[in-house]
Design a protein around this ligand. Structure first.
Ligand code: GLN
Ligand code: ZN
Length: 756
């Protein structure tokens, strides 16, 4: 019988139960035992759901209290000194959370994005002389826990090569040098699992979706040569893209099974069918674990049938493309979505049903699942024909968009002269990135407004008050380009999504971002257009209060796209262009309303970069084009800013320059301006505001510190092109931090003006 299987289940639980439990524990309101009990209850519930859906291979060991990469590191004894672990036995929960979140003495481990998802993992920190010890066989504990509830599960492990490739060392050595030290610990984990009765173990090696150097490929051969002998059958799982040129390596490994992501890596299927050993079990990742659309069951079944004809059908598994960690839990929770849209969606629970249906269809024939196939066909046909999804006006506007629309009227040097005379700014002009503190008061007013407890007029009046205070305070401390403060905005993508046609919002569609933090991404389900201006009212109001320029503040097209669930019936690029055209109209309206400086934030430009180098140029070309499409309708004298954070811009500097924003503000404090070296080398042509205040920390920097940073910047870049600003928006800070820090920032700029 075809095995219906899963690779991983969302951890956060019904209505974010894990978040509640974790935060209660961190706040000291509940002890370890209570947290562990809640976690065990969640695991049990998740296993039961999957069992109930008819899955034969149910994952265990992929649940985590914070992050599975951290779980792996602590299991292997990869715990840097100073976090309270003595080098023996299990790592305590206190140490575990100290690594995840920092404590009084030590900062948290670095956190970074898990491949191209919005999930963040903690980067293991290793050293040249790293020793690995098995502190606790976590997958074994999980496997036994499930067994004691009467459930047989398939343990999941993060593989040794991916673990090392995702790690960093303190001494610049290559983590892969540690492979031989690591493999015996993995072998022991596997041996113990086999002894406990585990038949097959899923071993995740997602780095196979990346460009790998020969060393890493050799590491696979070495590691799996040894691990395949350890006991249980190994199902090697890769996802998030084609295995591609790593396929010859993979097909040479002595593993029992291979999981393929057939949503993002469908190109692998042909070569695998031709070249794989006949006894290699295949797990077909047909149901998309990265998006919320219902599967095209007929197409999935057809693919499965094609494989079944070519291979030993007894060795087939049907699976999601990757762990279901990246989709919300249950569509049944959503009662407020347009019915038309809801009929096209599937969250984790619904995807389990799809997996089982495909497996059944394969075993029993199409007739056995005829009703489900018909329903799937009907939903897809309805969507294709839907007038709510396809907007002719949007399509024709897109078709008519010209290249000229992506260009400003004049080149930057000409614009610069026009802007200087229009704006009359001092040298080292000071500004901020957009948001001011979202205080309890602000959030309370928004919640009350959303519930209908206060009416529009009362809500608007409150926002007017805060905006007025923000403007007059900025004037008083001497900032040059002001912001309105973004008090009316819940979130930088949601605010726009709620005002654009084509977006929908879930009520409980939470996806884990890191630890207890979740996001509920909007769903772009139809052609995007702008029924009415979105930001003009507040921009105009703020500008009416002052003679100084107030920045209009927009979220850029790439960032809106990147932080949403996106359609798959049209290319991402097309959706991005639709958003860009809507923003272009907003930019034009802001200019008409007398706004002289407009900032289009693109913090997510970098994170949209494809995993494989060969695809990056094409992405950057359309991403840059979309930004320019939104930014270019204005006169020379209107100044366009952009903003980027989450560092690491070096590899996209050409694209950043190609945006041709008049001014870019970037996060730079933590690198102490070192990242400007790349801008210097590249001869970055336009104006730039390297952040001088790390807004992620509650620490208030002194004026002297910020002046010193500015001097470092001025040593690298033309001082006449430098702006002075914090690293990012200030919505997460408190006013008693913001006030002194920005006063110091203005003082720092004045020092530089006087000194140079
Ligand atoms: N304008 C936004 C703000 O200040 C930018 C946020 C961001 O870059 N993430 O909040
Ligand atoms: Zn930012």
């Amino acid at each position: 019988m075809t095995v219906a299987s899963n690779l991983g289940f969302p951890r956060i639980g019904h209505r974010r139960a894990l978040k509640t439990a974790l935060e209660a524990h961190w706040a000291g309101k509940s002890g370890e035992a209570a947290l562990l009990r809640e976690a065990a209850a969640l695991r049990e519930a998740h296993w039961r759901h999957q069992h109930g859906a008819g899955l034969a291979h149910i994952p265990s060991g992929e649940f985590s209290l914070y992050d599975h990469v951290l779980d792996t590191a602590t299991m292997l004894g990869a715990v840097p000194a100073g976090y309270g672990w003595d080098g023996g036995g299990p790592v305590s929960l206190a140490t575990y959370f100290a690594l995840a979140r920092g404590n009084a003495e030590k900062p948290a481990l670095e956190m970074t994005k898990w491949f191209d998802t919005n999930y963040h993992y903690l980067v293991p920190l290793l050293a040249r002389d790293q020793r690995f010890v098995l502190t606790e066989n976590r997958p074994l504990a999980s496997f036994r826990e499930a067994a004691s509830s009467g459930l047989r599960t398939r343990p999941v492990l993060l593989g040794p090569v991916s673990f090392l490739r995702l790690a960093k060392t303190t001494d610049g050595s290559d983590p892969l040098d540690l492979l031989d030290a690591l493999v015996p610990v993995y072998a022991r984990i596997l041996r113990e699992l086999a002894e406990a009765g585990a038949v097959m173990v899923q071993i995740d090696e997602p780095v196979l979706a990346l460009d790998l150097p020969a060393r890493a490929r050799d590491a696979f051969a070495r590691a799996y040569g040894a691990l395949a002998k350890a006991g249980p059958e190994l199902l090697l799982a890769s996802y998030f893209g084609p295995i591609g040129d790593n396929l010859p390596t993979v097909l040479g490994l002595p593993v029992a099974g291979l999981h393929l992501d057939l949503c993002r890596g469908s190109l692998d299927l042909g070569p695998v069918l031709e070249q794989a050993r006949p006894d290699l079990a295949l797990s077909l990742g047909l149901v998309n674990g990265r998006n919320i659309w219902r599967a095209d069951l007929r197409a999935c079944l057809a693919t499965a049938q094609r494989v079944a004809e070519a291979r030993d059908a007894r060795l087939l598994m049907i699976a999601p493309s990757c762990s279901l960690l990246h989709v919300p839990l249950d569509l049944a929770e959503e009662t407020g979505l347009p019915a038309e849209l809801a009929g096209n969606l599937a969250f984790a629970m619904q995807k389990l049903v799809e997996i089982k249906l495909i497996a059944r269809g394969l075993d029993e024939g199409e007739a056995a699942i005829a009703a489900a196939l018909d329903e799937s066909d009907a939903a897809i046909a309805a969507r294709a024909a839907s007038d709510s999804v396809h907007n002719k006006a949007v399509a024709s506007r897109l078709a008519e968009a010209t290249d000229a629309m992506t260009r400003r009227r004049s080149a930057f040097p000409v614009r610069r002269v026009a802007q200087r005379s229009a704006l009359d700014l001092p040298r080292f002009p000071t500004t901020t990135i957009g948001s001011f503190p979202q205080t309890t008061e602000v959030r309370r007013a928004r919640a009350a407004h959303a519930k209908g407890a206060i009416d529009d007029a009362a809500y608007d009046a409150a926002i007017e008050t805060w905006t007025r205070e923000a403007i007059s305070w900025q004037e008083a401390i001497g900032l040059d380009v002001l912001v309105h403060g973004e008090f009316e905005r819940n979130d930088m993508v949601q605010y726009f999504g709620e005002r654009l046609a084509g977006f929908a919002f879930t009520r409980h569609g939470w996806v884990q971002s890191y630890g207890s933090r979740c996001v509920a991404p909007p769903i772009i389900w139809a052609d995007v257009s702008r029924p009415a201006p979105m930001t003009v009212r507040w921009a105009r109001f703020a500008q009416s209060l002052t003679e100084k320029p107030v920045k209009g503040m927009l979220t850029g097209p790439v960032t809106v796209l990147q932080w949403s669930f996106v359609r798959e019936d049209i290319p991402r690029e097309t959706t991005c262009r639709q958003i860009a055209l809507a923003l272009r109209d907003e930019v034009a309206d802001l200019e008409d309303a007398g706004i002289r400086v407009i900032q289009i934030d693109e913090p997510a430009l970098r994170e949209g970069l494809p995993l494989r180098a060969a695809e990056r140029d094409a992405y950057l070309a359309w991403a840059v084009d979309c930004f320019r499409l939104s930014a270019s309708p204005v006169r020379d004298a209107t100044q366009i800013h952009t903003h980027m954070c989450y560092a690491d811009f070096e590899d996209i500097l050409d694209a950043i320059a190609a945006l041709d924003a008049d001014v870019i503000s970037i996060e730079a404090t933590r690198s102490r301006m070192a990242l400007l070296e790349a801008f210097e080398k590249r001869n970055y042509p336009n104006e730039i505001g390297p952040g001088v205040w790390d807004i992620h920390s509650p620490r208030v920097p002194e004026a002297a510190e910020m002046a010193a940073l500015l001097e470092r910047a001025a040593a690298r870049l033309d001082p006449d092109r430098l702006w002075v600003n914090p690293d990012c928006g200030l919505k997460t800070r408190r006013w008693d931090e913001v006030r002194p820090a920005l006063e110091n920032m203005v003082a720092a700029a004045r020092r530089l003006r006087a000194a140079t």
